[in-house]
Design a protein around this ligand. Sequence first.
Ligand code: KG4
Ligand code: ZN
Length: 462
Amino acid sequence: MVSVQFFSRHASVQKILAISSVTRCTSNSVKHGRSVWLRSIFFNSVKYYPTKLVLGIETSCDDTAAAVVDDTGKILGEALHSQNEVHLKTGGIIPPVAQQLHRENIERIVKETLCVSGISLKELSAVATTVKPGLALSLGVGLEYSLKLVDKYKKPFIPIHHMEAHALTIRLINQVEFPFLVLLISGGHCILVVAQGVSDFLLLGQSVDIAPGDMLDKVARRLSLTKHPECCRMSGGKAIEHLAQQGNRLHYELGAPMRHHPNCNFSFSGLHSNATRIIMQKEKEEGIFQSKIYTNCTPDLWLYLQKPLLLTISLGLQEGHLLSCVTDIAAAVQHAVALHIAQRTHRAILFCIKSGILSQPNATLVVSGGVASNQYIRRALQIVTDATNFNLLCPPPRLCTDNGVMIAWNGIERMRAGLGVLHSTDGIRYEPKASLGIDISEQVGEVSIKQNIEYMSLNTMT
Ligand code: KG4
Ligand code: ZN
């Protein structure tokens, strides 16, 4: 008998149950170890007749995920294969490797999702798949597989914008009405948008360089956190959060970027450089030597990465050695990221109030994307929303990181709104780069906003 985690939205409980009826579906997954998991709703023996059922498929980055969700927001079943452990070993995502892993897993993940859902392909109302933005090679696998399915079973196809799906996930769990402010923080993005409707967004600001998840992943790699026994299997961001709990952030100061920029944009590359400088200084003090090797990129790889593949290896006497102050650095990095995100989001809230886009007390800030699973960053944002009389809503961590549920739910939202449900897939393409919404970030910069964060307790957070 195999343990499967069952998720009930309406009872708001998660139970670990052992159900023999799904053993058939899970036995295959168990062979693949910890990186695969499945969920299903348990329907007792009552026959269940939803009006719409959408299969969601996600392959935009390094997770192969699928889920079936109905039009009431019930998650009938889901499955996910994470490539995290492979990419941790190679020091970052190598697109051809990600593509190969998606190819190896997509069919099994979709079959397992349908099996735990108790739904056949014929019963589906539509298939929804991430087609933008993301890694070209990864998006291609999900799209190709989905197009074959919809062609064979004559189902409508719903192309999904990955960031739109992150933004609307909250509506599966909470009854939050449009418009609301959304902060999306992930490995590839950092965006502030006002969600005015399904597929109707105003872009207030975004990162001018790297995303916070990317920065945390880079710092974690630079700190060789995969060698730390407590966090060797965790993503960079999660490892930083884990170690930060044991550290003292006050030992290092990384600074606050863009304090004098009167807009809602973000920047994380300066924080990354400052963290690297601190790490190099400590390595010198503790006698750890690092050497950087820039491998020759093939033109293809260059295109996918848009930068040289950087591998950092440890050399010398202290190879594999972790800095003694690793927890303090993690705490300082996490605090600097949280503070910057909180400051820029505070500015966006003030803009929304001043321009009349949102008004308290019913205004809501939604935070989603992988980095939104970070509890310290959530606490910093809670301080901001408490001070501005906004409600703060975040999906549970498992729905913040990439998953199939958010894609299926976005499909349901689009079906309900009658937006982008295709009966012919001729000419459909994936798009590695795609913006979200109408860009009003320049107007945001032109509105004079007086921001005083000193009255908030952000600076005294521990
Ligand atoms: O949304 P996501 O799963 O994939 C993208 O669309 O990018 O986000 C992945 C990112 C990674 O950079 C990972 O390090 C970060 O989310 N992350 C976290 C945490 N869990 C995942 N960052 C900070 N704290 C966490 N607990
Ligand atoms: Zn994502």
